[in-house]
Design a protein around this ligand. Structure first.
Ligand code: PGA
Length: 247
């Protein structure tokens, strides 16, 4: 199993390509009278993808009535009405612009009283929905996917994690003060992500070139969690030229 790497002209072209893949999945499922189950990511990287999905909905009439979504992660301690939360991010940039059915979007609960129980329930909800058809991923400079910071085993499931200092610094721009970035988060595990039938990872810009090189070049290991994707049967990396390190 090898990761398929596609280098696009720019991040807009990459985002349009991944959006087309998602559109085709949704339409295929509609034709079958079934639900399409999407795993979604936050961060700067998927913004042009979400803008393109909104465009497809508005301009091409792509309906999301048969779509169920599960986000990768959420900050610990933030309720969904906080602008820095990933629930808020998703509502702002995607959900509220689409015709999703009420209750069809899921983001881990950052303030659950019993986090172990909430994480187990999240896994169960994914299973009950039929499993993830397609997971969208970004990648952090630590090699994290979701918030699976090093070390994260291939068997890890949805759980509370401690955020790496590099990740907290990289995400500080979304907070008023750097010290406001939470130290903890809830994330789907590597094992959860690996069970998605299809994985589409996006990485743009020169700051990601080093970690992409490691992810493709190193044998799978817990200290660079994205390397586990080498063992996935249907994983594609969508890069812009700056993130590309292929000879
Ligand atoms: P970014 O984050 O899209 O903001 O670069 C990606 C990630 O941390 O997975």
């Amino acid at each position: 199993m090898a990761i398929r790497v596609v280098v696009h002209a720019d991040k807009q072209a990459a985002s349009v390509a991944v959006a087309a893949t998602i559109r085709d999945l949704i339409r295929r499922r509609q034709a079958e009278g079934r639900t399409a189950v999407l795993g979604l990511a936050t961060g700067s990287t998927p913004l042009p993808l979400y803008a393109e999905l909104v465009r497809l909905h508005r301009a091409e009439g792509l309906s999301f009535r048969n779509v169920v979504t599960f986000n990768l992660d959420e900050y610990e301690g933030l309720t969904g009405d906080r602008p820095e939360s990933y629930r808020y991010f998703m509502e702002e940039h995607l959900f509220r612009h689409l015709d999703l059915r009420p209750g069809s979007t899921h983001v881990p609960d950052g303030v659950a009283a019993d986090q172990a129980r909430a994480c187990a329930a999240y896994e169960e909800a994914i299973r009950a929905a039929g499993g993830l058809d397609l997971q969208v991923l970004g990648i952090g400079r630590t090699g994290h996917i979701g918030f699976n910071e090093p070390p994260s085993s291939a068997a890890s499931r949805t759980r509370r994690v401690h955020l790496d200092d590099v990740t907290r610094r990289d995400n500080a721009m979304f907070f008023a003060r750097a010290e406001d970035v939470p130290h903890g988060a809830i994330t789907m595990g590597v094992g959860t992500i690996m069970e998605a039938r299809q994985v589409e990872l996006l990485a743009f810009g020169a700051a990601k070139a080093g970690i992409i090189r490691r992810t493709i070049g190193e044998s799978p290991h817990a200290d660079c969690p994205a390397t586990w994707l080498q063992l996935h049967p249907a994983c594609t990396f969508h890069l812009d030229p700056a993130a590309d390190t292929q000879p």
